[in-house]
Design a protein around this ligand. Sequence first.
Ligand SMILES: [Zn+2]
Length: 434
Amino acid sequence: MLIVRRARVPAALLAARPAGTPVDPLEPTVLCDVAIEGTRITAVADTDTGGLGLKPLAREFDAGGSLVFPGFVDAHVHLDKTHTWHRAPNRSGTFAGALQALADDKAHWTEADLHRRAGFALRSAWAHGTRVIRTHVDTSAQWGERSHAVMAELRRQWAGRITLQTVPLCGSGDYLAAEAERLANLALHHGASALGGFLLMSAELPAQLDRLLAIARERGVGVDLHVDESGNPQAECLRLVAEAVLRNRFSLPVVCGHCCSLSVQDHARARSTIELVREARIGVISLPDCNLYLQDRRAATGPFPRTPFWRGLTLVHDLMDAGIPVACASDNVRDAFHAFGDYNLAEVYAQSVRLAHLDARLEESVRVVTRTAADLIGLPDHGRIEPGAAAHLLVLEAHRFSELLSRPSASRLCIEAEEIHRPQVPDFAELNDR
Ligand SMILES: [Zn+2]
């Protein structure tokens, strides 16, 4: 047994506290002792009310009042596209430019290339404290077998360290085509956790969604969709997904990523869509860094592009106020959709707080990269610090939220099962030779 003493744990990541227990809204934490046996947390107790007491046979580690988080959960990334920026840059910074750059780059996606880039990403994520990743994988009738096979191999290699989930990414039109069954089978054969797709407004979209939900129901999996990643107020795929879920009485998990256009729609219309999303029990994953990069690119009128003013976020607070679970994740990292990133969820969290003013709801904000993210992808024993949860703890170089949010790149001590270590991020130079 290992006992971690004086761990300053965010209150929203502990099991439910007794009603009326006060938590400081500016520092919503509780000083705790945490016991770990094997791969599980077995006990948590308030240090200030006696803690876990003496355990003669246990090893001890004193966290000294540092902030302690559970391992991060990155619920939406693209490991097949990652780290291709150096050979497939997006010179316009637009969505169309990204599609073209990566379509051309796919000629390089050999097994060795995919393994090398995705493996580097996993090592970076591991060093930053991420313990669960869900990646979307480009999949079509002609494409995807190799990428899914590489991700399945990486899942085996990283088992016990990072839980790696996959979801196929294809056009929603593919689900009306004759290849739909083969596409779903390909992904699920390689262990996919849900079916996915990139949705575009069209007259066929309701029928496409009906077919997708029917296939998902047959296979017993949920769906995880790319939805309304644009500033076009006419883009209402989120509303159509909610209507399809309700029309089909689909009861498996449904997650919608992005949902950017919701924030440029008429407020009454957006409110009614949010109500449908709540009724359909859909979860939302916001990708703030990627939206910041890609949304509101404006055509140059001179030597420089025009200044963006819409920053692409969905209506995070309105969704949360309605009781809809909202997570935040990395999305693309160092590819044509987003030129930057390092799979550092502390940085994604800090950016999300700054961009969405989540400091206004600081206590629950920590759940966007932990508890809520884990719940949305079906892993309710991750992203929290409570008895029965996976024993991944991050001892951060911060005692207060202001410190964490000011220096999210600081290294962190990791506790896995009963072992303590400080992993190092790999050197970008490894990727520079091709
Ligand atoms: Zn994505």
